[in-house]
Ligand binder design. Sequence first.
Ligand code: PEP
Ligand code: MN
Length: 353
Amino acid sequence: MKFDSILLPGIDPKRPLVIAGPCSAETEEQVMNTAKQLAANGVKILRAGIWKPRTKPGGFEGVGSEGLAWLKKVKQETGMYVSTEVATQKHVYEALKFGIDLLWVGARTTANPFAVQEIAEALQGVDIPVLVKNPVNPDLELWIGALERLSNAGLTRLGAIHRGFSSYDKKIYRNLPQWHIPIELKRRIPDLPLLCDPSHIGGKRDLILPLSQQAMDLNYEGLIIETHCDPENAWSDASQQVTPDRLKEILDTLVIRDRKQSTEDLSDLRKQIDELDDQLLELLAKRMRVSCEIGTFKKEHNMTVVQTGRYDEILNTRIAQAEAMNMDADFIRTILEAIHEESVRQQVIILNQ
Ligand code: PEP
Ligand code: MN
């Protein structure tokens, strides 16, 4: 995939790139009012959903094409760039007809390769920036696949939006961040601009600042934040929207750290980490060798691979020990489970030789 790191001309390359605006365009007045306040606060790119994908029927499904004329008016009156979500070919054609500057593909659409392919085909030969939200399910390949479909259609101004992943039990977040997934995306495609959508991850206004800070600390290029002139009375996602003034406060509070890859004083510490990782790998390999010997013993004595009692004891003692060493119980459990899974895999091979 080939990328153009400049999504839109004339935007300050300084981090964060900010896209802000209401979840949904509701009325001409609401769109204009929000946009004007945002423009006065220095925001250059407006977002507004025109077609809203709703989990259940009966919710507000967006104003449809009528709202595109309001976005066009925002462009004319404020000079802002305008953006919206597209989910079908018809959306693409309508948005292009009204001069929308940037499109994004929503999380539910990214999860559907047929829909993404349809959008890609409608955009064949069009030079427009397109941002792809992560699919609702935590599947990095599906996310990358959607980007590839658009890239294959000739689009080069591409970017990704991390909006979190659905989960059955919602505690703190509306959508679990699972930061390792966008981090892996960045490792795999370093040139792809990555934005965070703290509004849809958090689902609550109060989480926007800490999530945005975390995204900046993880080197994201930008933020897309739902902003409404009257958030409490928004027709969709009311609890996660902020006013344009609150958005400005949030942006002014963010600490933007240097992106430098390595600094002099870090190199010693990094060497220590390399060394320790080396030792960790050696130890793990040694543990696997012992576990293979156990596998051979089990084979000779016709025993099953998994001995539940023993596994329980390992988990309990190690987790207690790790907690005493200031490590999180869930963290250690994840590691032990991964080690156990690999041990079992290797023993099963031995048993079946
Ligand atoms: C949105 O941006 O308003 C939206 C519907 O988001 P998502 O596709 O991330 O759910
Ligand atoms: Mn929304």
